[in-house]
Design a protein around this ligand. Structure first.
Ligand code: DGL
Length: 269
């Protein structure tokens, strides 16, 4: 019999819709787990906001998530994880995993020459959080980060294989590729959707580290360690909470999630 704690949902939160890529990775890796998703769609994007604002918003979100009685929290948003993860962890007693810790660990495992590239939002890059995560595991690693502010809107537009996106990616990657990296961290919720295009641009010699897949692996390992995994069953329950339902939300959300998006509710924090 699962403990009552084990039967609780996993909480996943993001600044908006992008964290649905992390939710998708979790659904694929842990199909029996219930998931509660929160996206702050009224206040997105966070990637260009100040640390103080992101911390404040993050605290409001965590308080909401705790009311949902989750057994584990996943910070799906790289920007929130980069600047507020420690503060948010102080507020809760359930385990809190985040895309940055998981992505950095996978990148260190994947890299042979220790030259690791990171692409992310400006706030994530300025925080140096991925570099710190990498250096904590491999002190002699060299980390080259590039802010890519134009990629979030291009992905939300659905331009996943579009000449404008390709040119933008080429421009952003130029300085990072010049450093001889053998591993590239996709340090933003939106970038897993660009994986095919990015793979073409960087070539076979460079490994792409998807932080969404990385954190899903960590969640699976943590639930197993703590004996909190939900046993096999027919289907899991998914609920989505957002602070606004903007135009085309359903279409864009389903593209990120890779399946239909039902049980959507609007809430105010
Ligand atoms: N979710 C954000 C991230 O992963 C991207 C969108 C935003 O800027 O809020 O960094």
């Amino acid at each position: 019999m699962p403990s009552s704690l084990a039967s609780r949902p996993i909480g996943v939160f993001d600044s908006g819709i992008g964290g649905l890529t992390v939710t998708r990775a979790l659904m694929e890796r842990l199909p029996f787990e219930d998931i509660v998703y929160f996206g702050d769609t009224a206040r997105v994007p966070y990637g260009v906001k100040s640390i103080a604002t992101i911390e404040q918003f993050g605290q409001q979100i965590v308080d909401f998530m705790l009311q949902q009685e989750v057994k584990l929290l996943v910070i799906a948003c790289n920007t929130i994880a980069a600047v507020a993860a420690n503060k948010l962890r102080e507020r809760v007693s359930v385990p809190v995993l985040d895309v940055i810790g998981a992505g950095a660990a996978n990148a260190v495992a994947a890299s042979r020459n220790g030259a690791i590239g990171v692409i992310a939002t400006p706030t994530t890059v300025n925080s140096n959080a991925y570099a710190r995560g990498v250096h904590a595991l491999r002190a002699d690693a060299r980390v080259f980060s590039q802010a890519c502010p134009l990629l979030v809107p291009l992905v939300e537009e659905g331009w996943l294989d579009h000449p404008v996106t390709r040119m933008t990616v080429q421009e952003y990657l130029k300085p990072v590729l010049a450093e001889g990296i053998d591993t590239l961290i996709l340090g933003c919720t939106h970038y897993p959707l660009l994986k095919p295009l990015l793979a073409q641009e960087v070539g076979n010699a460079i490994k792409l580290v998807d932080s969404a897949v990385s954190v899903a692996e960590q969640v699976a390992a943590t639930l197993a360690d703590l004996e909190l995994a939900t046993p096999s069953r027919d289907e899991a329950d998914y609920r989505y909470y957002v602070t606004d339902i903007p135009l085309r939300f359903q279409t864009t959300g389903e593209r990120f999630l890779g399946r239909s998006l039902r049980h959507l509710e609007m809430v105010h924090l």
